[in-house]
Write a protein that binds this ligand. Structure first.
Ligand SMILES: [Zn+2]
Length: 386
C-alpha cells in the first residue's frame, strides 16, 4: 500500500526524515547543523559554528539586545545496536502504521525539526517578537558532554551573552505529547571510599585489622541516613552503594583494603558540600583509616515558576486539553549546564518509550503536535512580554 504521507510529507515530517537520514552517531554531526543553520539564516539568524576538539556546535541568534529565548538540543544519536534486529535501516526513515522509525526519531531529531518549523511559523506571523531567539545545538550530548553545551556556555558567559528562557527538546513525554514537562533535574554526586586495614591469616585475629568489619557499621549507617525530605518538586535525596569490593578470594585471608563506590541523587534541599561533610563525619565517627574522593557529576536545578513555565503550561492546555505534570525525575541533561547561568530551563519533547532502543520511533501526528506546542509557547511568551 502506498503511504501518502511519504508522497507529500508535511514540513516537519520532511525535515525530521532529512535529519534521520544523516548517520550522526555521537560525536558526529553529518551535516545536520548545516541543514538547520540554512533554514535559520533564511529567517534572519546570525550563524556561529563552534568546533571544540571532535565536536561541532551551533549557536544561532536572531536579534540583538532584547531578552533571549533559546531552543537547545543535540544532533548526535546513540549507536544503533545490532542492525539485524531493526525492522528497517535505522538511517533510512520509514513510516509504518503512523510511526516514523529511525535512530534519533524521538531523541531528538523530531524535536529539532519541530523547533525549526515552529520558529518559521511564529516569525511569519510575528516578525518583530518581544524577545531575541537563539539555538544552542551540540553534537556531543550522548557522548562525554565535555566539548558541547558546556563549552558553548563558557563562550557565552565570557562575552556576557545571557539566556533568559531555555527550552530543551529532550523527549520528556510518556503517553501523550506534553503530559510531562521536566522543570529541573536532581544533582548527581559520586564518592569513592577506600578503607585500609592490615592483611593477615584469619586464624590470627590479633595480628590483623579487618577493613570489612570496620566498614560494615559505617556503611549500615550511611545506607539508613535521612539526608533530606525533598520538596514539592524533588523526591528525598537518595544514597545508593553501587560497587563494593574486598577480599583476595581465599577463605583464610583477611584482606588489607575495602573499596566502595556510592552515588547521591540529590534535591535542591541540600548541597554537594553538605553531603560530603555528613559522609566524612559518619566515616570518622566509626574511626576508619580511609581515603575518600568525590566527583560532582551534575548540579541540581529547578525552574518552579515564571514566564516560561506559564507559556509552556498554557500551550499544552490550549493544544492538548490537559494540564502537564512538572517533574524532575530521570537522568541528567544538558539543562544542567544552562540553568546555573540563571536561565529558566524547561524540557519538552516527544514520548520517550523507544529512545536509545532498537526500532526507535516517533508518532507522526506527535511531530505535528510538537510544532503547535513550540509555536504556541513562543506566542504566549511574546504576549506576556509585550
Ligand atoms: Zn537526547
Amino acid at each position: 500500500m502506498i503511504d501518502t504521507t511519504l508522497i507529500n510529507p508535511s514540513p516537519v515530517l520532511a525535515l525530521t526524515m532529512d535529519l534521520i537520514s544523516r548517520p550522526s552517531v555521537t560525536p558526529a554531526d553529518e551535516g545536520c547543523q548545516q541543514l538547520m543553520a540554512d533554514r535559520l539564516k533564511a529567517q534572519g539568524f546570525a550563524i556561529e559554528s563552534m568546533f571544540f576538539e571532535d565536536t561541532l556546535n551551533l549557536w544561532a541568534r536572531r536579534g540583538q539586545g532584547k531578552p533571549l529565548f533559546c531552543f537547545a538540543g543535540h544532533t548526535d544519536v546513540v549507536p544503533t545496536g545490532p542492525l539485524d534486529q531493526w525492522h528497517s535501516d535505522p538511517f533510512q526513515p520509514q513510516i509504518r502504521d503512523g510511526l516514523l522509525y529511525g535512530r534519533g526519531a524521538a531523541d531528538m531529531k523530531g524535536s529539532l525539526a519541530a523547533m525549526i518549523i515552529a520558529t518559521e511559523q511564529f516569525l511569519a506571523a510575528t516578525p518583530e517578537p518581544a524577545f531575541d531567539i537563539a539555538y544552542l545545538i551540540t553534537s556531543d550530548e550522548e557522548g562525554p558532554f565535555i566539548n558541547g553545551t558546556m563549552r558553548v556556555i563558557e563562550v557565552l558567559e565570557a562575552r556576557q551573552e545571557k539566556i533568559r528562557w531555555c527550552l530543551v527538546g529532550e523527549p520528556s513525554s510518556t503517553q501523550q505529547v506534553g503530559d510531562v514537562i521536566k522543570n529541573g533535574r536532581r544533582g548527581s554526586l559520586t564518592g569513592y571510599l577506600k578503607v585500609n586495614g592490615i592483611q593477615g591469616h584469619v586464624a590470627y585475629p590479633h595480628l590483623v585489622d579487618n577493613p570489612i568489619h570496620r566498614a560494615a557499621p559505617a556503611l549500615a549507617q550511611l545506607s539508613q541516613q535521612v539526608w533530606d525530605h525533598g520538596n514539592a518538586y524533588f523526591p528525598a535525596t537518595s544514597f545508593q552503594i553501587s560497587n563494593i569490593h574486598a577480599g583476595t578470594g581465599a577463605t583464610n585471608v583477611v584482606p588489607g583494603q575495602l573499596e566502595v563506590t556510592f552515588n547521591f541523587r540529590y534535591s535542591t534541599e541540600v548541597t554537594a558540600q553538605a553531603l560530603q561533610q555528613q559522609v566524612e563525619s559518619i566515616v570518622q565517627h566509626h574511626q576508619l583509616q580511609y581515603e575518600l574522593t568525590w566527583v560532582l557529576n551534575g548540579l541540581p536545578f529547578l525552574t518552579d515558576s515564571g514566564a516560561l513555565v506559564a507559556a509552556v503550561v498554557d500551550a499544552v492546555e490550549q493544544r492538548q486539553g490537559f494540564t502537564p505534570s512538572l517533574e524532575t525525575t530521570g537522568g541528567t541533561s544538558d539543562g544542567r549546564f544552562i540553568a546555573p547561568t540563571g536561565a529558566q530551563v524547561l524540557e519538552l519533547g516527544p514520548c520517550n518509550g523507544s529512545i536509545h532502543k532498537i526500532n526507535e520511533h516517533v508518532r507522526v501526528s506527535d511531530l505535528e503536535s510538537l510544532v503547535d506546542l513550540y509555536r504556541m509557547m513562543l506566542e504566549n511568551l511574546h504576549r506576556s512580554q509585550s
